[in-house]
Design a protein around this ligand. Structure first.
Ligand SMILES: C[S@@+](CC[C@H](N)C(=O)[O-])C[C@H]1O[C@@H](n2cnc3c(N)ncnc32)[C@H](O)[C@@H]1O
Length: 237
């Protein structure tokens, strides 16, 4: 890591504002899960009063996407771009355009195949997978075992963590830990500009990486901070 004096903090801030305060080339890895674009019809998002999980996501303001101007900041913050971005299918083209076509990154696609998807398939395929795009240009990627190198994770949505941390789109901790272990070294600084319930920060702390996070929602930011602090109190003191 290079040049950041204040790490291991999740700031309650808009990420663009926060990232602009960080120096060039100070981040070793970005793992992030920005708000997806979900539609009320077509493309897999059907409002149905029996399907509360879907309306929860929309009510939390997490179905309208994000400002892709953040991508330029990602590039400025990394000497060797090394970036995992979760996104909806319709956000894939804009990501490929920026990172691959305009900035010459290599890319890969990691899939989380959900074994317990919502049973919505009226006139459409199931929404039973999530995409995580990996972009790198000189970035570190070194899985140690055959299993760690797999690009498909097949497992259920973890309803328990979702309820404990009260975040509608919490990601599985084990998947985020695998991304971090495969693409960073101990002591590296991992940034998540859309921190949510703190999954990236916890995965970083558990694996002896440093982290910086931004989360615009005060309640989620508090949850994320308490989640990591609770882990540190129990296991690192
Ligand atoms: C999809 S969720 C991330 C969930 C996270 N991966 C987890 O496991 O809990 C995206 C998060 O980004 C936050 N967010 C949205 N716009 C933001 C912005 N401009 N700056 C910082 N955070 C933002 C939302 O409040 C939301 O918690």
């Amino acid at each position: 890591m290079s040049g950041v004096s204040v790490v291991d903090i999740i700031y309650n801030s808009d990420c663009m504002t926060g990232m602009r305060k960080l120096p060039d080339d100070c981040i070793d890895l970005i793992v992030t899960d920005p708000p997806y674009i979900m539609e009320s019809r077509g493309c897999g998002f059907i409002r149905n009063r029996n399907v509360t999980a879907l309306s929860e996501i929309q009510d939390a303001g997490l179905a309208d996407g994000f400002d892709t101007a953040v991508f330029s900041e990602f590039m400025r913050l990394m000497e060797r771009p090394n970036i995992y971005i979760w996104c909806a299918a319709r956000q894939i083209p804009v990501c490929i355009d920026f990172f691959v076509n305009e900035n010459g990154c290599k890319f890969d696609i990691i899939i989380w195949q959900k074994t317990n998807p919502m049973p919505l398939f009226s006139g459409k395929w199931l929404t039973d997978k999530e995409y995580c795009l990996y972009f790198r240009k000189g970035g570190y990627c070194n899985p140690v075992t055959f299993d760690d190198a797999r690009t498909v994770f097949t497992q259920p949505v973890n309803a328990k963590d979702k309820n404990i941390y009260n975040h509608p789109t919490i990601k599985p901790l084990n998947i985020i830990e695998t991304l971090i272990k495969n693409s960073s070294r101990e002591g590296d600084v991992v940034l998540d500009p859309f921190m949510g319930s703190g999954t990236t920060a916890l995965a970083a702390a558990k694996n002896n990486r440093r982290y910086i996070g931004f989360e615009i929602n005060e309640t989620y930011c508090k949850t994320a901070t308490e989640r990591v602090n609770d882990y540190k109190r129990r296991f690192l003191t």
